[in-house]
Ligand binder design. Structure first.
Ligand code: SF4
Ligand code: SF4
Length: 237
């Protein structure tokens, strides 16, 4: 059993298995608060074959932090189906390969520095924590495919913590909307990049315009650099 409040490190072991035969199967995919990251959204909208704009409209709610004018994107639950996730089915997650970071981590949660982990719920709610299957925590994270999510989320965290960008969002009317567009609504941002030749603003000798047109991750990296450049230019010292 894994009934300790002590944080676990990557080398520690824990008991866990989640499968359709378990009584709580898919219960954690209902009435849950999940914030989506830019990388989550790219993965899901491409899996569904829809634009970021359509994805955001259908499946998310936009939030705004009053102190920092930081926009955030919350996964919407289906109000007409007992607040279940739109993507849960009898056999589990229907977009499992592209499920968001939070779903991959569940039931684990990280401390602020990301060095220790603890289950968000106990084994009375997540029966999988009572299972006999033993994992080294680091191996379980790898099995959940967390690595690219962690890498992109780290880049996004640096953007969120950027003081100039925070000042820019707070001081300039419309800046929070631009931040939201560039981070979350990449397909609409792409239109702006080419309409307004935004690639000419970023001090990179070779912005690959073909890649910006076709590769969402190249575009996302560009979006992060472009936002920092804009804040750098517009915010007074
Ligand atoms: S509560 Fe735990 S065991 Fe049950 S479905 Fe969710 S992750 Fe799996
Ligand atoms: S995306 Fe998949 S794993 Fe995440 S809440 Fe929805 S159904 Fe569950």
């Amino acid at each position: 059993m894994n009934e300790t409040n002590k944080g676990l490190g990557l080398e520690d072991i824990f008991h866990f298995s989640c499968h359709p035969e378990i009584d709580c199967f898919t219960q954690c995919c209902q009435d849950v608060n999940i914030l989506l990251t830019p990388y989550d959204i790219v993965q899901m909208k491409n899996r569904l074959g829809i634009s970021s704009t359509e994805f955001l409209e259908k499946y998310t709610k936009k939030l705004l932090a009053p102190q920092t004018s930081l926009p955030a994107v919350q996964f919407k639950m289906d109000e007409e189906n007992e607040k279940r996730c739109y993507f849960v089915g009898e056999k589990g997650c229907r977009i499992r390969e592209q499920r968001p970071w939070s779903c991959r981590m569940y039931p684990m949660d990280a401390n602020e520095s990301g060095t220790e982990f603890i289950p968000l719920v106990d084994s009375t709610r997540c029966l999988g924590l009572k299972d006999d299957t033993v994992w080294r925590l680091g191996d379980w994270f790898e099995d959940q495919g967390l690595q690219p999510y962690n890498e992109w989320n780290q880049m996004f965290a640096e953007l969120i913590e950027d003081e100039k960008l925070t000042s820019w969002r707070k001081e300039y009317p419309g800046a929070a909307d631009i931040f939201y567009l560039a981070c979350y609504d990449l397909d609409r941002f792409r239109d702006q990049v080419f309409k307004e030749k935004l690639y000419e603003m970023v001090d990179q000798p070779s912005v690959d315009q073909d890649a910006l047109k076709t590769d969402d991750l190249v575009l996302m990296q560009f979006a992060f650099s472009w936002l920092k450049t804009v804040a750098e230019r517009e915010v007074r010292q």
